[in-house]
Ligand binder design. Structure first.
Ligand code: CO
Length: 230
C-alpha cells in the first residue's frame, strides 16, 4: 500500500508530464475554469468522473456524495448546483448512478451501515415508493440494480425541481439534465430515461423513464448485476 510519500511523487511526475505536453497547461487553468458539464455522482472510488468520460482538469465540475443524491435541503449539493448554473453557466448536468452501489445495495438488503443509514433514508423512501415492483426482483442483487436505476430517475426529478434549475429555465438559460448509470463490470455509461431541457417536461420525462425501466426489466434479462462493497 502506497503512503502519502508515493502520492506526492506521483503528483510531481504528473505535473511534469502535463507541462512537457503543454507548457501553458497550468497557467491557462489557473486563470479560469469554464467547464460545460456538472457531474453529480457517487463517492465510490471506482467511479471517477473525469476519467470515465475522458475529460481533462477544468472540463467538468463535480459533486459527489454517497449514492449520488440530490436532497432539497442539502446546502452542499445546492451550492455546487447554484455555482455551476449561475456562475459557470454549465450546459449539461449529469446525475450518475452505478450498479453495485454499496449505499443502494444496503437499502435493497435492509442492511445497516451505521451513521450513513440516516443519509440512505432518502433511498429507503424511494424503495418504499416502488416497493411492489422491487419485491418482484429475483435476488437482492437484482433488486439493488433496479433501485440504482430508480434512484437516478428520482434524483433527476429532484434536480429539475430545485429552485435553481426552475429559475434558470424560467429566464431562458439552456441547460440539459440527464440520468446515467455506470457499470463497474464493463466501464460503460448507459442512459437512464431521456434528457430534460426545460421546466415543463421533467414530470413527463420522469413518468416515461419509470415506464421504460419497468418495460425493459419485464422484457428481460435484468441488467448485469454486481455485488456492492460490504
Ligand atoms: Co455508490
Amino acid at each position: 500500500m502506497s503512503g502519502l510519500h508515493q502520492l506526492l511523487e506521483n503528483n510531481r511526475a504528473w505535473a511534469a508530464s502535463r507541462v512537457a505536453d503543454d507548457p501553458e497547461f497550468f497557467t491557462r487553468l489557473a486563470g479560469q475554469q469554464s467547464p460545460r458539464y456538472l457531474w453529480i455522482g457517487c463517492s465510490d472510488s471506482r467511479v471517477p468522473a473525469n476519467q470515465i468520460v475522458g475529460l481533462q482538469p477544468g472540463e467538468v465540475f463535480v459533486h459527489r456524495n454517497v449514492a449520488n443524491l440530490v436532497v432539497h435541503s442539502d446546502l452542499n449539493c445546492l451550492s455546487v448546483l447554484q455555482y455551476a448554473v449561475e456562475v459557470l453557466n454549465v450546459e449539461t448536468i449529469m446525475v450518475v448512478g452505478h450498479y453495485g452501489c454499496g449505499g443502494v445495495q444496503a437499502v435493497a438488503e435492509r442492511r445497516s451501515t451505521g451513521l450513513a443509514d440516516n443519509w440512505l433514508r432518502h433511498i429507503e423512501d424511494i424503495a418504499n415508493k416502488h416497493a411492489a415492483w422491487l419485491a418482484t426482483a429475483i435476488s437482492d442483487e437484482a433488486r439493488g440494480a433496479r433501485l440504482s436505476e430508480l434512484n437516478v430517475i428520482e434524483q433527476v426529478a429532484n434536480l429539475c425541481r430545485t429552485t435553481i434549475l426552475r429559475r434558470a429555465w424560467h429566464r431562458g438559460q439552456r441547460i440539459e439534465v440527464s440520468g446515467l448509470i455506470y457499470g463497474l463490470q464493463d466501464g460503460l455509461l448507459r442512459r437512464v430515461g431521456v434528457s430534460v431541457g426545460d421546466g415543463q417536461s421533467w414530470q413527463q420525462a420522469y413518468e416515461a423513464a419509470l415506464q421504460a425501466l419497468k418495460q425493459r426489466v419485464a422484457d428481460g434479462p435484468e441488467r448485469p448485476t454486481e455485488a456492492g462493497p460490504r
